[in-house]
Design a protein around this ligand. Structure first.
Ligand code: AMP
Length: 472
C-alpha cells in the first residue's frame, strides 16, 4: 500500500490540513517541554506520550523527524519553589530536569532528538530581544524589564482567536506590570533582582521571559520557520500566541510553524489535572502500580485533541483491552496448525487490516478508529484460530504486523509474550545469568546455564538479548 497522505487538525487554520513538510521528507517538530520545578504528572505524560507516538508514526511513514523540546529551567515558578524549599535555584531545576528525564525514559519516550535548556540558550535569547528592540517592537520599563508591544503586531491573536488577557490565563508572574502599554504586553527580559539568577546583556542584566526561550531555541535549530509546533491546550494562549508574535516580528516571515497541534487535557472528575488544583497523580507513583506500556496504550487509544478522563476504571478497561491483544499474540506465537485453510483470504484480511489501521492514523492520527479496526481484526482471526483455519505462516505475518505497530506505540511487551510458556524459575535464572554476563563472570554464567538446562530449556545469546527455548 502506498503511504496515505497524513492530515492533522491544525489550530492555526481551524481544520484538518494535509501535512506538507517545508523541505522534502524532513519534519521539524517542536513541543514545549516542562517547567522543571516539580515532578511530572499524568497530564504531562498524556501530552508527551502522544507526541512520542506521533513522531514515531511520522518516522514509520518515511519522514525524517527532528523532534526538539525545550526545558524551562529558569522561571518564576522555579525561583519561588527554590525559595520556599530553601534550596539553590539551579539545584532545584537540575534535580527536576533529571526527574523529568527519568520519567520519560520509564515511559519509553525516546523520539526527542534534542532537549534544549533555556539557560543554555541565553545568547540566542539576547539576540532576539536586541532585534525586537531595534525593530521597535519592544520597549523598556525602567527597573522592570523589556516588553513586547502587542499593538505593533497586527496578527496578534491569530492562533487562539483572542487578543485580551483574562484572569484564568496561564501567564507568568513576570508579565504583570501596571506600567505596560497594553494589558496583554508580555515580558521578553526581566531585569535582575537581588539573589535571582541573571545574565549580562547590552540592554541590562536579567533573565529571559517565558515565551522568548522557545523562539530562541527553535530559531537556533530550525530557523525562522518550521513544520509542526505542539503542546497542551492550556499554553495556546498567551504562550504560543506570544511565540508567533515574537518570531514573525523578528523575521518578517510567516507562519512561524505551519501546523499547530494542541493536545486535549487529561482530566480527573472532569477537571484538568494540574499542580495548582492538587488533583494530580505523579507519573512515578502511577508506574509503581501499573506498567508504562499500559499507560502508553491508554493514552494512545484516545484521540489526541479531545479531553480524556483519568479513573481507576478507565485504567482497568485499558488493561483488559491490552490483554486481549497480548492473548491474541500469544495464540499466534504458539499456534500448532501447520497450514491455513484459505491462505489467500487470510492474506487479504491482513492487507485490509493494515490499510484500515494506517488510513485511520493518516486521518488526523485517529488512534481510536485505528485501534477499533485492529480489535475487529483480532475478533475475526480469533474465530478462525478456534476452528483450526489459521496456519503458521499467516500467523507469523500477522504477528509481524503487531511488531510494526509496536514501533509506533510501544504498548506490547513482546518479551513477556515470547516467554509466556516458560516457567518463572527459568526466567529468574536467565536474569541472574544476564547479570553475570554483564559483569563478565563467564564461569558463573555457565553454571547458571546448566541450571537452566536442568529445567529442560536452552538459552541463546543474541543481539537482542537472551532467547530461551524448550529443549526437545
Ligand atoms: P508545564 O510544565 O505545566 O508547562 O506543562 C508541560 C506540558 O504538559 C505542556 O504542554 C502542558 O500543556 C502539558 N500539560 C500539563 N497538564 C496537562 C494536562 N492535564 N493534560 C494534558 N496536557 C497537560
Amino acid at each position: 500500500m502506498k503511504n496515505p497522505q497524513v492530515k492533522i487538525y491544525n489550530t492555526l487554520s481551524g481544520k484538518k490540513d494535509a501535512l506538507k513538510p517545508l523541505s522534502g521528507q524532513k519534519i521539524n517538530l517542536f513541543v514545549c517541554g516542562p517547567t522543571v520545578y516539580d515532578f511530572s504528572h499524568l497530564g504531562h505524560a498524556r501530552s508527551y506520550v502522544i507526541f512520542d507516538c506521533f513522531a514515531k508514526y511520522l518516522k514509520s511513514m518515511g519522514y525524517h523527524v527532528f523532534y526538539l523540546q525545550n526545558i524551562t529551567d529558569i522561571d518564576d515558578k522555579i525561583i519561588a519553589r527554590a525559595k520556599e524549599k530553601g534550596v539553590g535555584i539551579k539545584d532545584l531545576a537540575d534535580a527536576f530536569t533529571n526527574e523529568y528525564f527519568k520519567d520519560m525514559k520509564a515511559l519509553g519516550v525516546t523520539s526527542v532528538k534534542k532537549y534544549a535548556k533555556a539557560t543554555d540558550h541565553i545568547k540566542e535569547v539576547i539576540s532576539q530581544v536586541e532585534r525586537l528592540i531595534d525593530k521597535k517592537y519592544a520597549y523598556t520599563l525602567e527597573e522592570d524589564g523589556i516588553y513586547f508591544d502587542i499593538a505593533k503586531f497586527k496578527d496578534y491573536g491569530k492562533l487562539s482567536g483572542r487578543t485580551a488577557l483574562q484572569a484564568e490565563d496561564s501567564m507568568s508572574r513576570i508579565d504583570y506590570s501596571k506600567n505596560k502599554r497594553n494589558r496583554g504586553d508580555f515580558c521578553l527580559w526581566k531585569f535582575s533582582i537581588q539573589d535571582e539568577p541573571s545574565w549580562t546583556a547590552p540592554f541590562g542584566a536579567g533573565r529571559p521571559g517565558w515565551h522568548i526561550e522557545d523562539t530562541a531555541i527553535t530559531e537556533k535549530y530550525f530557523g525562522a520557520q518550521y513544520d509542526v509546533h505542539g503542546g497542551g491546550r492550556d499554553i495556546m494562549f498567551p504562550h504560543h500566541e506570544a511565540e508567533i508574535t515574537q518570531m514573525e516580528s523578528i523575521s518578517g516571515k510567516k507562519p512561524l510553524a505551519r501546523y499547530w497541534m494542541h493536545t486535549g487535557f487529561l482530566t480527573i472528575d472532569g477537571q484538568k489535572m494540574s499542580k495548582s488544583l492538587g488533583n494530580f497523580v505523579l507519573i512515578n507513583d502511577f508506574l509503581k502500580r501499573y506498567p508504562a506500556m499500559l499507560l502508553r496504550f491508554w493514552v494512545a487509544k484516545n484521540l489526541w485533541h479531545t479531553p480524556m478522563d483519568y479513573s481507576e476504571t478507565a485504567i482497568i478497561e485499558a488493561k483488559i483491552s491490552l490483554e486481549k491483544i497480548e492473548e491474541f499474540l500469544r495464540k499466534l506465537k504458539t499456534l500448532k496448525t501447520a497450514k491455513s485453510a484459505k491462505p489467500a483470504d487470510l492474506k487479504k484480511a491482513l492487507k485490509r487490516a493494515k490499510e484500515e489501521f494506517y488510513i485511520n492514523l493518516a486521518d488526523d492520527f485517529n488512534t481510536p478508529k485505528a485501534f477499533a479496526a485492529l480489535f475487529e481484526f483480532i475478533k475475526e482471526i480469533n474465530k478462525l484460530m478456534e476452528n483450526g483455519l489459521l496456519g503458521k505462516k499467516e500467523a507469523r505475518d500477522m504477528y509481524k504486523f503487531f511488531e510494526e505497530i509496536n514501533k509506533i506505540f510501544g504498548i506490547i511487551d513482546f518479551e513477556k509474550i515470547k516467554n509466556s510458556n516458560i516457567p518463572q524459575e527459568v526466567l529468574d535464572l536467565v536474569k541472574v545469568r544476564e547479570g553475570h554476563r554483564k559483569s563478565t563472570q563467564w564461569n558463573k554464567a555457565d553454571e547458571v546455564r546448566k541450571e537452566i538446562e536442568k529445567y529442560g530449556y536452552s538459552v541463546d545469546d543474541t543481539q537482542d538479548g537472551p532467547v530461551v527455548k524448550k529443549i526437545h
